[in-house]
Structures are given as C-alpha cells and as structure tokens.
Ligand binder design. Structure first.
Ligand code: AOS
Ligand code: ZN
Ligand code: ZN
Length: 388
C-alpha cells in the first residue's frame, strides 16, 4: 500500500521551472501569430510566470534566455523576480541567432567566430553570478548540412575546448547542463546529437557538467525513460526540458502528446532517487504556445507534470519489486498500470485546498481577469525570439 501522506508531502516539494520564452509570441517559419497582452520586457515575462506559480504553487522559478532577456542590471531583475514571488533559474545561452554562426558557434571552422561564441557563453556565467543562478544550459545549433562540409572529429575537438573553458569559469556551485538534439537546424550532422555524445563530454568535464534531456529531441520510438534511468544511475542527469512532440521538436505542452511516456519518465526519476531535491535535477519546461493562450498553456503543462508525478509516486514499489523478483511479468506490469490508471485529480485538488490554493488552477486563473488586464495594458508584445 502507498502512504498517501508521504505522496502529498513529496508533491509539495515539486518545483517546475518555466521558460521565459513561453510567454512571448512564437510560431513556425510560416507564421508567428501575435497574441494580445504578451510581455514587452523580461520583467513582464517574469510577472506572467509568477501567475503560473501563484495558481499552481509548484513553479517557483523562471529560466532566462540571453540575449532575449537582456537587461542592464541582472541583480535588479533577480530582485524583481523575488518581489513577484519567484526566482531566476537556469540561464540559457544563445549562440544560434547571429549571421556569424552560419557554420556553427563553438565548432565553427573560423577561430574568430569560436571566440565570439565562447565570449557569449562566458558572459552568460556573469549573468548567473548576478542572478544567483546555478545552471547554464547549453544547446548548440551546431552541425553540418552536407557530407564533407566540415571535419566531424575536428568539430568535436573545438566543442570540447569551449566546454572546458566554460567549466573553468564556473563557480563551485554552478553547473553546465549540456543539451542534445537529434537534428535541426543542422540536417546532416549535429555536433551534440544524442545523450551518448553529451554524456561523453560531461564525463570528461567532471562533476560540474551534466546532461539535460529535452523530451522532444529524440528519434520517434526512442525509449526516453531508459536514457533517464541510465543517466541517473551514472549521476549524470542534470535536468529536463519537458515538452511534447508528435513529429520533430514540436515544443508542445508536456503530457499532451503522450502522458504515459511522461509517467514512465517520472517513474524512473522517482525510482532512481532523482525526485529528491538533493539530487539537483532541474525540471524545466521548454515549450512554445503558438496558437493557445500562453499563461493557461503553462498552467496546464505544470498540472500535467504534477499529475504524472503523482502517479509515479503512487506506484506500489513493494508490490512491484515482489512481482519483478518472482518473474511475474503480468503482475509487475499491472502494478505500474494501476498507478498510471489512477485518477489523481481529486488528490491534487485536495492538496491544493489544504495549501490554500484554488483546487482548479485553470478556472481560477480564467476568473482572475489577468489576461484581460494585460491585453488592455500591454501594447506591442515581444516575440519570444523563437520561430521567427
Ligand atoms: C532547442 O531546440 C532547444 O530545445 C533549446 O533548449 C531551446 O529550445 C532553445 O534554446 C530555445 O529556448
Ligand atoms: Zn530544449
Ligand atoms: Zn528543442
């Protein structure tokens, strides 16, 4: 039997980090649909993120993207976030939106471009110092489009060199989170295409470098929970970029396309000790709300993650282990499915009520009038910087 009190207190510890870019206008290369009231400044993005936390109680931090969220005074921005009831979380570097990076950033064949990319990464660590952020998330768009275009091995050497330089700049409490992605924007080779490549670089870099798993960055059919279990076991899972995919890197709401996959991932997280805050796993969303309202989209995503987590915490581990030891294939599978098939919504509503939150965050936010207010007050919202 599962102890519901223990499940509730574990759920109270949950922290999902929101991406600042989820609140800006976004789209595809075909069209960015502008929405009313979207933020015009990093402060307004933080204010919107704070709404998500206010209604869910489990989204206490916001990831920034530099230079999309560039400000003169990052310490002041962190103070502003604190006033809003949230904090600045992971700093995301951007070495993909400059003409100089056509052939890559840190892996570019031109040393001057490599230097420019590295300088940006180092500047991001300066931002972390000012905001008190622990993690620097590195995703590189680097790769090639055609066989022979550049030397695959030399590009790995250049990547390793840049990563070492960044690691050497970190304070002891700071980390590199290295993100991999199968393809896009590069279509032939990508310099960090998979967890194995990211893991190998992080292993060489040592304690301060960990792999981040973006759930949208795999080939169809990839068993992501296996990757999670493996990296956790090796002490190399740094965090997640949660989202859903149907086709490629769709950045849709987590738990929308495949809630069962999210449950399986969270089950491995719990099983591997990654849910313990001491494990330091960063549970982040990396999403864009191209056609749906952004703040409700984020609230829904946080709730989806919370539901999957509740189900994972409900797994009867004693019964599961007993069935596994006995070689009871169907019995073991049934234990897992029982947890997955539990409707956890009443439990989560009860938890919120106990904590002074509205049991229905979506409805409560809709009633608050916040969206109408920002639509009236904010004119000329910013594009997220993504999908232009
Ligand atoms: C890109 O595909 C990666 O998912 C990045 O983590 C992120 O989406 C990008 O840096 C924009 O925020
Ligand atoms: Zn990502
Ligand atoms: Zn992505």
């Amino acid at each position: 039997m599962t102890d519901l009190g223990a499940v509730k207190s574990a759920l109270r510890q949950q922290a999902i980090e929101l991406p600042s870019w989820a609140f800006g206008n976004s789209g595809t290369r075909f069209k960015v649909f502008a929405q009313k009231g979207v933020p015009r400044t990093p402060q307004e993005k933080i204010a919107d993120a704070a709404q998500v936390h206010a209604y869910t109680g489990i989204a206490p931090s916001v990831a920034l993207h530099i230079p999309w969220d560039a400000v003169d005074d990052y310490a002041a921005l962190a103070a502003y976030a604190a006033e809003q009831g949230v904090r600045v979380g992971t700093i995301n570097a951007n070495v993909f939106q400059d003409d100089d990076f056509r052939l890559g950033s840190v892996t570019n064949p031109d040393p001057a471009v490599r230097r420019k990319a590295l300088d940006h990464l180092l500047a991001c660590v300066d931002v972390m110092d000012a905001t008190g952020s622990r993690d620097l998330k590195l995703w590189f768009a680097d790769g090639t489009n055609y066989p022979g275009q550049d030397d695959i091995r030399a590009r790995q050497d250049r990547l390793a060199e840049a990563l070492v330089a960044v690691r050497d700049r970190l304070a002891p409490h700071q980390r590199i989170l290295l993100e991999y992605k199968l393809f896009e924007p590069a279509f032939y080779t990508t310099d960090v295409p998979d967890w194995g490549t990211a893991y190998a670089h992080c292993l060489k870099l040592g304690e301060q470098a960990q792999v981040v798993v973006d759930t949208g960055h795999h080939a169809p059919g990839t068993n992501i929970e296996f990757i999670v279990a493996f990296l956790l076991r090796e002490g190399k899972l740094g965090g997640f970029d949660f989202n859903s995919r149907f086709y490629a890197d769709d950045d849709l709401m987590v738990g929308a396309a495949d809630p069962f996959q999210l449950f399986r991932i969270m089950h491995e997280v719990v099983r591997g000790g990654g849910y313990d805050p001491a494990a330091g796993i960063a549970f982040m969303l990396d999403q864009c709300h191209n056609i749906e309202a952004k703040i409700p989209g984020q609230i829904r995503s946080v709730l989806n993650a919370q539901e999957a987590t509740a189900k994972a915490l409900l797994v009867d581990t004693d019964a599961l282990e007993a069935a596994q030891r006995a070689g009871d294939v169907l019995g073991a599978n049934a234990v897992l499915m029982d947890a997955y098939n539990t409707d956890v919504r009443p439990l989560l509503a009860e938890l919120r009520a106990e904590d002074g939150l509205d049991p229905d965050p979506m409805a409560a936010f809709a009633r608050s009038g916040y969206l109408e207010r920002i639509a009236a007050e904010r004119v000329g919202g910013q594009q997220a910087g993504w999908g232009a």
